[in-house]
Design a protein around this ligand. Structure first.
Ligand SMILES: Nc1ncnc2c1ncn2[C@@H]1O[C@H](COP(=O)(O)OP(=O)(O)OP(=O)(O)O)[C@@H](O)[C@H]1O
Ligand SMILES: [Mg+2]
Length: 588
């Protein structure tokens, strides 16, 4: 049938529209292709940028190296950046204690009235560390603040390993992380990532014993890596025995004398356990029980606990310990003295008899050894350095200043000024120890009024205030933390180049632990102790500690020791801390 014009035209138009459609389709396809290409190019560009950023960051992290010091690989940010981070979180000044006007030292007091001086900070030029001579106080504080470290924990020539019969033995040793093949691969990688050059001495000798399931007494200098010495064998055992917390309860229990140390150990356990999917919960007083319990119920491999709070949970039947494979008493001598002993005994009663028990500390007084032997099962003893006597870490320069009591306040300001810590722009930090909470508070107020960036921590502060104070020092918001002995043991605060004993410690063990808050893991530090005529009985013990690391003893100090009544102040009396109430932790 012939088609009408209109039909033809219709068909034609249909045909032409079809070809147009085809063309359009082709065009569309091209467009889509182009879009896809563009998208891909954009993505690649982004990736490239990210990679470059990462490279730059890495470069910044690795530079610079000064003489035999290298930048601490754990401080990946430059000092000025890390400070500004801390500041960003804490922009407002710490507190208003009524001090107005300009401070005498640095811009701190001025900053309280308007915008804080620490809000803006010029980048710092690199410090040139001296070669061939010891660091001055100011240099040591600056270097500590910037994270300079040899990277290697303190080394002692004298290493002794005793078998359960107390006979010296030639013990196995992990010279490198590769030697620790019995650790899960993930842990070995985590150790390498941490940037540690090799196992510290206490780790090298206690890891093999821990892996073989032996009970251990590990005694080594402050800041020598004892935390990982006990955590990692516990992790390895839980992996090997396929420990499941939801079925077996926690597999490792670490006892800690203070809340802050429990929190710190929890953080270290999380850091090194994360790669294995291990969880850790810290149980300590002053914080809501509900939160700790909720985390415990999620299933945790490790519990780090202060005895008081753990006993509360045990009494209510909220925590089970029958699956514990390894029990650790960190700061073991402190945990065994009269302040904690009754609570520790209650906890021991809930633990399985078949377990490994590890004691770690930097000081091992005779008074606690008998009790330790009741708890341990044929332990091996690893002593790095002669720890039968009290000895400080050799990376610490110890100084004693003898003065009249009324000069102490003036002296502390001039010492902090000499250390370069009176200004908010300082890199380093200082810990100042007092013997009472009252002294702690009043000194902190006095220094703060003078414009020093300081705060305090002690047992009368609530948990929030304690955390604020410690975090303030860690972040660099405060340069000086005035503390009682709550901060004397175990705390590992980066950047502390100076410890001042405003009051000398009550016993020589505490002196060793207090000064050990500086000079940690390869960094150098100063410990300056103020002594008055009233402290003569403590002088002999301090002199002995100083002599063991070849410190210079001043004539003033020798004269002070000579004036002491015979037989006083050498070591500790067992139960140096008072027992407070029934089964409660002592609170300095
Ligand atoms: N093998 C290692 N090499 C270098 N640094 C290490 C090594 N192992 C641990 N560290 C680091 O050393 C620092 C001190 O470690 P840790 O707190 O365990 O010391 P400690 O011996 O328990 O001291 P204290 O007696 O004061 O409790 C930490 O910052 C830790 O990360
Ligand atoms: Mg420790």
């Amino acid at each position: 049938m012939a088609k009408s014009d209109s039909e033809y035209s219709d068909e034609e138009s249909e045909e032409s529209s079809e070809s147009e459609k085809l063309k359009k389709k082709k065009k569309d396809k091209k467009k889509v292709k182009k879009l896809k290409k563009d998208k891909k190019a954009k993505k690649e560009k982004k990736k490239k940028k990210k990679k470059e950023k990462k490279k730059k960051k890495e470069k910044r992290r690795k530079s610079p190296s000064y003489s035999d010091y290298s930048y601490d690989s754990r401080d990946s940010l430059s000092p000025s950046r890390s400070r500004s981070r801390g500041r960003a979180k804490n922009r407002s000044p710490p507190r208003n204690n009524g001090a107005g006007g300009g401070g005498r030292y640095g811009g701190c007091a001025r900053s309280r009235s308007r915008s804080p001086a620490w809000a803006v900070q010029a980048p710092r030029s690199p410090v040139q560390l001296p070669e061939g001579r010891a660091l001055t106080l100011a240099e040591a504080c600056e270097a500590a603040g910037r994270g300079f470290t040899t990277g290697k924990t303190a080394q002692d020539d004298e290493v002794q390993v005793l078998n359960p019969d107390e006979e010296p033995i030639q013990a196995d040793r992990f010279a490198s992380f590769e030697d620790a093949r019995d650790f899960p691969r993930e842990i070995r990688e985590e150790l390498k990532k941490a940037g540690f050059p090799s196992p510290s001495q206490i780790q090298a000798y206690t890891w093999p014993l821990g892996l073989r399931g032996k009970d251990i007494i590990g005694i080594a200098a402050t800041g020598s890596g004892k935390t990982l010495a006990f955590l990692l064998p516990a992790f390895a055992q839980m992996v090997e025995e396929n420990h499941r917390p939801e079925r077996d309860g926690p597999g490792a229990l670490v006892m800690s004398p203070t809340r802050e140390l429990a929190q710190q150990t929890e953080a270290e356990a999380q850091r090194f356990g994360k790669c294995l999917g291990f969880r850790c919960v810290a149980m300590y007083g002053g914080a809501p029980k509900g939160d700790q319990m909720a985390r415990y119920r999620q299933g945790c491999h490790t519990v780090v606990a202060c005895p008081g709070r753990l006993n509360d949970f045990l009494e209510n039947g909220q925590v089970r310990l029958d699956g514990v494979l390894k029990l650790v008493l960190d700061e073991a001598d402190r945990m065994l003295d009269m302040g904690f002993e009754p609570q520790i005994r209650k906890i021991l009663a809930k633990l399985p008899r078949k377990r490994h028990t590890l004691f770690f500390t930097a000081t091992w007084p005779k008074e606690v050894r008998k009790l330790a032997n009741e708890i341990l099962n044929r332990p091996y003893k690893v002593m790095i350095g002669n720890r039968e006597v009290l000895k400080g870490n050799q990376d610490i320069t110890q100084i004693v200043k003898v003065m009249d009591a009324f000069n102490k306040n003036r002296e502390i300001v001039s010492t902090l000024r000499e250390a370069g810590l009176t200004s908010q722009t300082a890199s380093g930090k200082a810990l100042v120890f007092c013997n009472t909470k009252r002294m702690c508070e009043s000194l902190s107020n006095e220094l703060y009024r003078q414009g020093l960036p300081c705060t305090s921590i002690h047992g009368d502060k609530d948990q929030r205030q304690r955390e604020e104070a410690l975090n303030g020092l860690k972040s660099g918001r405060f340069k000086v933390l005035i503390a009682t002995d709550v901060a004397a043991r175990g705390l590992d605060i980066k950047g502390v180049g100076l410890v001042i004993n405003f009051d000398p410690a009550n016993n020589t063990e505490d002196y060793v632990h207090r000064i050990g808050r500086t000079g940690r893991a390869g960094a150098k530090g100063f410990a300056i102790t103020f002594m008055t005529g009233q402290d003569a009985a403590k002088a002999r013990g301090i002199i002995e500690v100083m002599e063991r690391t070849n410190q210079e003893i001043s004539g003033d100090l020798l004269r002070l020791a000579g004036a002491a009544p015979p037989g006083g102040g050498k070591g500790r009396t067992r139960g140096g801390a008072p027992r407070r109430g029934k089964g409660r932790s002592p609170s300095p």
